[in-house]
Design a protein. Structure first.
Length: 358
């Protein structure tokens, strides 16, 4: 961090609707600069996209780390265009590189029911659903350890290992316990230690041990299968939910779906020690089915900008963005199709920027 209120942002739209929602995020950030006086110096990068892959045969240049490593934060859209690049190639060639090389070991994903937003759950009002999913972001089920043998024969064997390290598990658990302590509420751990009989009992043991350092924080744990049911039936039970990489990914799509749409959900891929830039992106992907039509919901991207401002220490600006999102979402004319409205991406983005400017 640079110690002033001027920041260097690396902006990477990526693929599909990323190219439509990132400009709306930038429009809102411009309004934030005007209103709150922080200076946001933006550098645009076209790598970490399938277009880049088509031109260069790889998702990112060899020197990508040097090119964006000096920025204060990365503002990212979405990755994936399976027509041209297999999804596992585009994801591992971009986002997962960022998360690992910049040690963004926390993926922080707020889940909140916003005023006026229609939810598929009956009898829920704003305030009933307000929690965080803390997803482990650098190891777990997302490991590249494994392989195929006897490919394309009847003896075909495919193996992929889950990796849990003590450092990796403990640090994300500590982050989650700290967050639960700050919020003064409680922590839920997602497990599956009855079926996944080596790594998940280890996860549970680490939760048990780390919890000893947080006697003031109440905690519980659920197997992932019943936990998904509770998300739908009792979303008010949760405050901070900590989960492995895969479980956290699933829970952080399900949570926002319960609040109306995954289109509004933000994420921060955070390096809490601030040794490397953190990356902020919507939870949703590139959505090839609606890309290019100007109908994507920009709120996930814009809320990610709020998370980024908060991370940069611009807390008033972050709160201002969230308040503007709330104001605009409560007006049906600015809702995009995923929320039952007919507004376009730019209509919604502009309304939020205007709400910030007052
Ligand atoms: N903006 C998020 C994005 O593009 N996600 C693509 C995706 O498939 N991500 C999987 C993951 O976050 O693990």
């Amino acid at each position: 961090m640079n110690g002033s209120n001027a920041y260097r942002l690396a902006v990477i739209p990526g693929d599909g609707i990323g190219k439509e929602v990132v400009p709306e995020g930038l429009r809102v950030l411009e309004a934030v600069s005007t209103k709150f006086g922080c200076v946001l110096n933006v550098d645009h990068f076209e790598f970490a996209s399938c277009d880049y892959f088509q031109k260069h045969g790889q998702m990112m240049p060899d020197d990508w780390k040097t090119r964006i490593g000096g920025h204060d934060a990365i503002f990212f859209g979405a990755v994936g265009w399976p027509e041209t690049v297999p999804d596992h190639v585009s994801l591992w060639g971009s986002l997962i590189q960022f998360r690992r090389e910049f040690d963004q070991y926390v993926n922080l994903r707020p889940v909140r029911l916003m005023p006026g937003v229609p939810t598929p759950l009956a009898n829920r009002k704003p305030g009933d659903i307000d929690f965080f999913v803390v997803r482990e972001n650098t190891e777990g089920e997302y490991s590249s350890i494994g392989g195929r043998m006897f490919t394309n024969t009847e003896r075909e064997v495919v193996i992929q290992e889950t990796v849990m390290t003590r450092v990796g598990v403990d640090r994300v658990l500590r982050y989650a316990f700290e967050l639960a302590r700050r919020r003064g509420k409680h922590l839920t751990s997602a497990t599956k230690s009855n079926g996944i009989s080596i790594t998940m009992p280890y996860w549970d043991e680490r939760v048990e041990e780390i919890s000893q350092g947080y006697p003031d924080v109440k905690w519980d744990k659920y197997h992932i299968d019943i936990l998904t049911a509770h998300f739908v039936q009792h979303p008010d039970w949760f405050d901070v939910v900590v989960a492995s990489n895969l479980f956290g990914d699933i829970l952080s799509d399900l949570g926002p779906a319960c609040t109306g749409t995954i289109g509004i959900a933000p994420a921060g891929n955070i390096n809490p020690e601030r040794k490397f830039p953190s990356l902020f992106e919507p939870v949703h992907g590139s959505a090839p089915d609606i890309a290019g039509q100007g109908i994507a919901n920009p709120v996930g991207q814009i809320w990610s900008a709020a998370l980024m401002l908060d991370h940069l220490g611009e807390t008033a600006a972050a709160a201002g963005v969230v308040q503007a999102i709330e104001e605009v979402l409560s007006r049906p004319e600015y809702r995009t199709r995923d929320l039952g409205g007919s507004a376009g991406t730019a209509d919604c983005g502009k309304a939020i920027a205007d709400a910030i400017l007052g």
